[in-house]
Ligand binder design. Structure first.
Ligand SMILES: NC(=O)c1ccc[n+]([C@@H]2O[C@H](COP(=O)([O-])OP(=O)(O)OC[C@H]3O[C@@H](n4cnc5c(N)ncnc54)[C@H](O)[C@@H]3O)[C@@H](O)[C@H]2O)c1
Length: 340
């Protein structure tokens, strides 16, 4: 069995590649990644020499390159993680989100169709459903109502995936997962950003009133869900993935400070993100009942392990935050925090 994993040098993709390379020694896994600012081969150091793993650098939106790769490798399964993934960046520069997330998905779908792959799995997000009020959950039937350029580009890609199933009979699945956390999470995202700033005794910028709610899932539980859908998902179906772990952002930040023994005076409320979705909550009943998925980690132990990982892997994140990331942090939070 030969698998193409795109975006396998990013946060979730690298956790997934490691999970699959170790779990299925008989599968050949090709990781296609452009290595944008978010891609990092350091994430895969421990498995890079495994005989069932290969890395290829390239752009999923480069149609000729993608067709050539499919012709050469004859993939059975395609799992598409590659994306521009950060909402804040999509507000500053939406174009690259359309390019990678929509054009890239289209190029992969065309190649999957031309070379008769057995399954195309699109890794999507609960953000395509928009925002919830104080009650209720997103189900697979919730209408798409994306609010940010990021989620709009992911929703557009999901509709293309659906269309390639309905129109051309391509065997597809879409997974829509809630927020992930765990090792190798890029420092611009909420949890690693707060851990690293706290460790450096820097201010922790919290958007708005800090009461936005996200439904957090440990990354390995997401990987396990994708593995299940890949092998057992019914063609054409969407599966929501979420762990019933709703937390406000401020609750997450306080949990991190407490574990690190740092004062809450480091918290700084800053101007909110425009169009900031208030609450996400996932109903994953379909995945649980149809495919028997069960998350293994609960939030209390998962967040503790994650914080410990950042404490034990300083070199990994210090390398990242020493370069281009500093420029990004200044442009995103400089005015809000009053720093040059
Ligand atoms: N992080 C979350 O909480 C979350 C939740 C649900 C769904 N998702 C989805 O999961 C996927 C992975 O998310 P992540 O947080 O790991 O993202 P990430 O930003 O950490 O990683 C994205 C990876 O894609 C690569 N990439 C970007 N553009 C590319 C291109 N044109 N061609 C090839 N590779 C390219 C990057 O180099 C990087 O390695 C995304 O599709 C995202 O929408 C993420």
């Amino acid at each position: 069995m030969k698998l193409l994993v795109t975006g396998g040098a990013g946060f979730i993709g690298s956790n997934f590649v490691r999970y699959m390379v170790n779990k299925y020694p008989d599968y050949n896994i090709v990781n296609l990644d452009l290595l944008t600012y978010a891609g990092n081969l350091e994430n895969l150091k421990d498995i890079e020499n495994k005989p069932n793993y290969k890395f290829v650098r390239g752009d999923i939106a480069d149609r000729d390159f993608v067709q050539g790769l499919f012709q050469e490798e004859k993939f059975d399964f395609v799992i598409n993680f590659a994306a521009e993934s950060h909402v804040d960046r999509s507000i500053t520069d939406p174009g690259i989100f359309v390019q990678t997330n929509i054009q890239g998905t289209l190029a992969l779908l065309d190649a999957a169709k031309s070379f008769d792959v057995k399954k195309y799995l699109q890794v999507s997000t609960d953000e395509v459903y928009g925002t919830l009020g104080e009650t209720g959950y997103f189900t697979e039937e919730t209408p798409l109502a994306a609010n940010s350029p990021y989620s709009a580009s992911k929703a557009g890609a999901d509709l293309l995936v659906r269309a390639y199933h309905e129109t051309f009979g391509l065997p597809v699945n879409i997974t829509r997962c809630s927020n992930n956390y765990g090792p190798y999470h890029f420092p611009e995202k909420l949890i690693p950003l707060m851990i690293i700033n706290a460790l450096n005794d820097k201010e922790l910028p919290v958007y708005g009133d800090g009461l936005n709610i996200r439904d957090w899932l440990y990354v390995e539980d997401h990987c396990q869900a994708i593995d299940l859908v890949l092998h057992k998902g019914r063609d054409g179906e969407v599966y929501n993935v979420g762990g019933n772990n709703e937390r406000t952002n401020i609750d997450i930040v306080k949990t991190i400070l407490k574990q690190l023994g740092k004062p809450e005076s480091l918290i700084k409320y800053v101007k909110d993100r425009p169009g900031h979705d208030r609450r996400y909550a996932i109903d994953a009943t379909k995945l649980r009942t149809e495919l028997g998925w069960q998350p293994k980690h609960n939030f209390d132990t998962g967040i503790k392990e994650t914080i410990d990982w950042y404490l034990n892997n300083r070199e990994w994140w210090e390398n990242i935050i020493s370069g281009e990331y500093q420029e990004y942090f200044k442009s995103q939070y400089g005015d809000r925090l009053g720093v040059e």
